[in-house]
Write a new protein. Structure first.
Length: 379
C-alpha cells in the first residue's frame, strides 16, 4: 500500500505515495467541497483532491473566512461565561512591511496577578491557529491566559511572501505582544511546534542575559517557568519515529494491498492511536485546521530544525516540564534531547498515561491539573 506522511507539523496526518518522505510539502487548502469531505477533518485529504490557486483574491477570501470561523468558535466560550479581551498589534518585517497579529486574553483582569501569573500560549503548526488550545481556559481555572494566532494563520494577517516567516520573526512577535500587553511575570506554554517556539524564545532571552526568575533589572518580562507539550527537539527524528508507527499500523492492516480503503483505515487508526484517542476529532481541533495558513506551514518550513543549547555564559533558563502522551507520535526519543538543550538542571519529564498528541482534548481535567500544579510551584 501507499506510505504516509504528516501534513501540518506534529498535528495533521496526510497520505502520500510510497517512497516519499514522511512529512508532506505543504499544499494549499482544498476547495469548499473538499473541506466538507468526511476525510478532510484533521487535515486528512485524498491525494487526488485539487488545490486552489494561491492568488491574492483567494488568500483574501480565506482570511475573511478564517476570521468569521474564529469569531464563531470564540463566541461559544463567551456563552459559557468566560471573560475575554480581543485585540491586535502590528508586527514589522525586514522588508519594511507591517502586519496584523491577533490575540485573545482570557480573564484579562488577572493579567497582572501576583498570586497566579498568566499563561502565555504558543500554538503548533507552523500555521495551525490557537483555536484548538482554547479549552485550556476551562482546564486551568482562575489564571489569565494569553492566546495569539501567529502570523500567517487564524485571525492574523497572512502575507504571501514566504520570506517574511521564520522562527526568529515569531520570537520577535512574541516579545512585541508581551510588551504591548504589559506582561511582567508569566508562565510559557507551547504545544507541538509551539514548544519549539517557546524554547527559542527562552534561549533568546537567556542569550540577552535575562533568564528565568522572579524579577528583571530592566523591567523586561520574566518567564517564571515553562511547559513544552508534545514538542520534539529534532524534526527528522520525529519524522522517522512517526514513520515507524505508521509502518506498524500498515503491516497489521487486514485490508487488501494497494487498496485505497486500506489507506483510509490506516490514516484513521493512526489518528485514533497516536494523534487524538477520541472516537471523533473535537470541533476545536477541526476548526483550527479549517483556519490553518497556506504560505508557511508544515515541516518543510523547519525541516532542518534541531534544538541547540544557548552559548556559554547565557543566563539560566527557567524551570521547565516536558510533557507528552503515552501513545504520542512524538516519542520518548523525540523529546529526550531537551535535557541537553536546556542550560538548567530544573527540567522534568511527564508522561500522560492513556493520552496521545492532544492530551488537552483527551483528558482536559488531568491535563489542566498537571499544568496548573506545575506553574503553581513557580508563582
Amino acid at each position: 500500500m501507499g506510505g504516509f506522511r504528516l501534513h501540518y507539523f506534529l498535528l495533521v496526518l496526510n497520505s502520500v505515495h510510497h517512497g516519499h518522505s514522511l512529512l508532506a510539502v505543504p499544499r494549499s487548502r482544498g476547495t469548499a467541497s473538499a473541506r466538507s469531505s468526511s476525510r478532510d477533518y484533521d487535515g486528512i485529504r485524498p491525494p487526488s483532491l485539487a488545490a486552489p490557486s494561491s492568488g491574492s483574491s483567494v488568500v483574501s477570501r480565506r482570511r475573511r473566512r478564517r476570521r468569521r470561523r474564529s469569531s464563531s468558535s470564540l463566541a461559544a466560550h463567551r456563552d459559557d461565561g468566560e471573560n475575554f479581551k480581543d485585540g491586535s498589534i502590528r508586527v514589522a518585517r525586514s522588508d519594511g512591511s507591517s502586519h496584523r497579529l491577533s490575540y485573545r486574553v482570557a480573564r484579562p483582569a488577572s493579567l497582572s496577578s501576583r498570586l497566579a501569573a498568566p499563561i502565555v500560549v504558543l500554538h503548533g503548526g507552523p500555521s495551525v491557529p490557537s483555536n484548538y488550545l482554547y479549552p485550556l481556559a476551562d482546564a486551568v481555572p482562575y489564571r489569565s491566559i494569553v492566546f495569539h494566532d501567529q502570523l500567517g494563520c487564524g485571525a492574523s494577517d497572512e502575507p504571501t511572501d514566504a520570506s517574511l516567516y521564520s522562527i526568529e520573526d515569531s520570537v520577535k512577535d512574541l516579545k512585541g505582544l508581551l510588551k504591548h500587553l504589559g506582561v511582567r511575570r508569566f508562565h510559557l506554554y507551547g504545544q507541538s511546534y509551539g514548544g519549539i517556539l517557546a524554547f527559542e524564545y527562552l534561549k533568546s532571552v537567556a542569550m540577552d542575559g535575562r533568564g528565568g526568575g522572579d524579577k528583571s533589572d530592566d523591567g523586561a518580562p520574566v518567564c517564571l517557568s515553562a511547559i513544552l507539550s508534545s514538542s520534539p527537539t529534532n524534526v527528522k527524528v520525529v519524522e522517522s519515529e512517526a514513520a515507524l508507527l505508521i509502518q506498524e499500523l500498515a503491516s497489521s492492516s487486514s485490508s487488501p494491498s494497494n487498496d485505497a480503503t486500506e489507506e483510509v483505515a490506516v490514516e484513521e487508526l493512526f489518528r485514533r492511536t497516536h494523534q487524538c484517542r477520541l472516537p471523533e476529532m473535537p470541533s476545536a481541533i477541526r476548526d483550527a485546521y479549517a483556519n490553518a495558513g497556506s504560505v508557511w506551514r508544515g515541516t518543510s518550513a523547519i525541516s532542518d530544525y534541531v534544538a541547540e543549547p544557548p552559548a556559554e555564559g547565557a543566563s539560566r533558563m527557567p524551570s521547565t516540564m516536558i510533557m507528552r502522551g503515552e501513545y504520542d507520535f512524538v516519542s520518548e526519543a523525540a523529546v529526550s534531547g531537551w535535557r541537553d538543550a536546556f542550560n538548567t538542571k530544573s527540567l522534568r519529564y511527564k508522561t500522560l498515561m492513556g493520552c496521545s498528541h492532544h492530551g488537552l482534548s483527551e483528558d482536559g481535567t488531568l491535563y489542566g491539573e498537571i499544568v496548573n500544579s506545575f506553574f503553581g510551584e513557580y508563582d
